[in-house]
Ligand binder design. Structure first.
Ligand SMILES: [Zn+2]
Length: 131
């Protein structure tokens, strides 16, 4: 069996900790992390950046007919959140009693994402929660 690659572990680390990166040349931040800054190209100086998870809802939609993985959760919300520290990220948004609207302040929280039926494995991921 092939050993998990460094890039896979990097992705897992990023998924659990909301770690992206920042270009030290121009200050642009990315999530997920990029190898090269979109603005600076070869002058990029990338370094890890852990986002604090605070942001605001830019757009959202209610999912009533989900893919099989999330069939037990429907209806639920997904959307785009603009992080206070820079980039926009996609994610699930937790509905705490009808507070979801464009401009609602949210914070990333780690929540159960889905259970793998065959293995019984529970997957976690960040979700956004109104604050
Ligand atoms: Zn840059």
């Amino acid at each position: 069996m092939e050993k998990p690659s460094a890039s896979l572990w990097r992705k897992i680390k990023a998924r659990y900790n909301l770690i992206g990166n920042e270009c030290k040349n121009c200050g642009t931040r990315y999530f997920p992390p990029r190898i090269v800054c979109r603005k600076c190209g070869r002058k990029s100086k990338m370094s890890d950046f852990k986002f604090n998870g605070d942001g605001e809802i830019v757009s959202f939609t209610k999912i009533s007919v989900p893919p099989d993985t999330f069939k037990d959760e429907a209806p639920y919300f997904v959307g785009v959140v603009k992080l206070a520290e820079g980039p926009q990220v996609e994610g699930h948004i937790i509905d705490n009693g009808g507070k979801i609207a464009i401009g609602t302040k949210v914070r990333a929280a780690f929540r159960k994402m889905y259970v793998d039926g065959d293995e019984g494995l529970i997957y976690y991921h960040y979700k956004f929660e109104p604050v």
